[in-house]
Design a protein around this ligand. Structure first.
Ligand SMILES: [Zn+2]
Length: 496
């Protein structure tokens, strides 16, 4: 990859040098020609005198002639400048792009990525014979067997991981709700005005990376997209609206694609919550969920039609992902922790359906942990001390926003207390379990020129499942952006 970049840079430098030399030569030649022609002008002046023309007439003639010569040089210089400028743009913007410009017949396009997330779309939903447009999409493009969420397998941490390439412990959104002991404040995903405060958001989302490198971005809605991060928001964005109509979402994306080249976003993101929400309410195997799958497939159809009507199918790279899967749950899933220790000594439990236990007083940690550890013996759940016991593969230790004791249930169980559940019935579908659990798997489907290239190189359109920290570098590679520090494979996993 490094070698490839070096070669590309070398070629670019050589082209730039060659163009510069050529322009210099041309200007030099032109000036030389003009200088050579000067004696001829004098000759005309002389001839004028000899042929009996008045000196004044001859002088006017000479001045006219010089004026036109200067005008000619001036125009040639302008032409050269215009030509050089277009070549410069072609060579340098976006910097080191494999294909620098695409053209759909009427307009130029920079490499462009649309990223659509369908919340809670489990990988096996694709095989229910409901989503034919999605099937055509990935069969014609590229599909990973599944997408592995980051731990914990819940919405906020994973959406922010997808756009930063960082594990939740590194970007700081460690749950849908959590407490920050330094800020002495709670993050509640449902309290939008509060959760959009800059103080919560670490790392660098892809739209910030792109904006910093002079590319425009448009985000219909995404976790964190209306927050000011590193002083930056997307060029175009809308605030989250849980009732957002799918047609409206399609219009937003298409309107951005219809903008003139220098106003058009190269990165566009959209998000749809319905599959997740019905998965919780009715369960992953319900007929209601299948109905929403059909509606979701129609959303994909409309987006693909929009691209096709604009002749952009082979120009725009379109990635469809989900943040996690869904496990069936019911009232027998619940395990109450109240009887094990004094629940009034701890903050509200964090990390549902897990139990992040944060005693009000640090000196209580060992005592409460020991009680939980003893109680969990031979039970379908396990407790860990955050700092040195949580399995390393979860990458879930290095943040004070993670409660000092974390209890993780088997898939399909829910840890809570009577105080915390407050009499609410458990949902029929839940996620948030071990991220390697098959029921937690999401999807990665992609089509467009960058993926066609990968497909023809690796000679298959199905790749092994990978972790969602890889998506950030896949996008920065396509958009030819210098990525911020992240946990994904350098250069993008598809090109390694
Ligand atoms: Zn989700």
């Amino acid at each position: 990859m490094r070698l490839k970049n070096e070669i590309e840079n070398e070629i670019e430098n050589e082209i730039e040098n060659e163009i510069e030399k050529e322009i210099e030569n041309e200007i030099e030649n032109e000036i030389e020609n003009e200088i050579e022609q000067l004696p001829v002008e004098e000759e005309i002046e002389l001839k004028g005198l000899l042929s009996g023309q008045s000196t004044d007439e001859a002088l006017v003639e000479t001045r006219k002639s010089i004026f036109f010569k200067i005008l000619k040089i001036f125009m040639i210089l302008i032409l050269i400048a215009i030509l050089a400028d277009s070549i410069f743009i072609l060579v340098t913007f976006p910097k080191n792009s494999t294909t620098r410009f695409y053209n759909n017949g009427t307009h130029d396009f920079y490499p462009t990525v649309i990223l659509l997330s369908i919340d809670g779309f489990r990988d096996d939903y694709l095989y229910r014979n409901i989503t034919s447009y999605m099937t055509n999409f990935y069969q014609d493009g590229l599909q990973s067997e599944y997408l592995i969420p980051s731990f914990p397998s819940v919405t906020f941490p994973n959406h922010y991981t997808i756009v930063t390439g960082l594990y939740p412990e590194s970007h700081g959104i460690v749950g849908n709700t959590f407490y920050d002991p330094d800020l002495k404040d709670y993050f509640y995903y449902t309290n939008l005005s509060h959760s959009l405060d800059t103080k919560w958001w670490g790392g660098e989302p892809i739209w910030v990376t792109a904006e910093k490198q002079n590319q425009k971005t448009g985000v219909s809605q995404w976790v964190g997209s209306s927050a000011v991060i590193k002083g930056i928001t997307p060029t175009y964005y809308y605030h989250y609206d849980s009732k957002l109509d799918m047609n409206e979402q399609v219009s937003r994306v298409m309107n951005w694609l219809d903008l003139p080249l220098n106003e058009r976003p190269t990165f566009i993101a959209a998000y749809d919550p319905k599959v997740d929400s019905i998965g919780h309410k009715k369960g992953p195997d319900s007929k209601e969920l299948n109905e929403v799958l059909e509606a979701t497939d129609n959303l994909i159809r409309d987006l693909l039609n929009g691209l096709s009507q604009r002749n952009l199918t082979d120009i725009v790279n379109f990635i469809i992902v989900s943040d996690h899967g869904m496990a069936p749950t019911n009232s027998s899933s619940i395990i109450y922790l109240d009887g094990i220790f004094n629940i009034s000594k701890v903050f509200p439990l964090e990390g549902y359906p897990m139990a992040g236990v944060r005693p009000y007083n640090d000196s209580e940690v060992t005592d409460i942990y020991t009680k939980l550890k003893d109680a969990s013996l031979n039970q379908p759940w396990e407790c860990y001390l955050r700092a040195d016991e949580i399995p390393k593969r979860f990458h879930f230790r290095n943040s004070k926003r993670i409660a000092p004791i974390y209890c993780i249930p088997e898939t399909g169980r829910i840890l809570t207390s009577h105080r915390d559940s407050n009499g609410t019935k458990p949902p029929l579908g839940t996620h948030g379990y071990d991220n390697l659990e098959p029921l937690m798997r999401g999807i990665f489907l992609a089509n467009g020129p960058a993926f066609k290239e990968v497909e023809s190189r690796i000679k298959t359109n199905v790749i092994e499942g990978f972790h969602n920290v890889e998506i950030y570098n896949i996008i920065t590679t396509i958009l030819r952006l210098k990525p911020a520090e992240n946990n994904g494979t350098s250069g993008g996993i598809l090109w390694n």
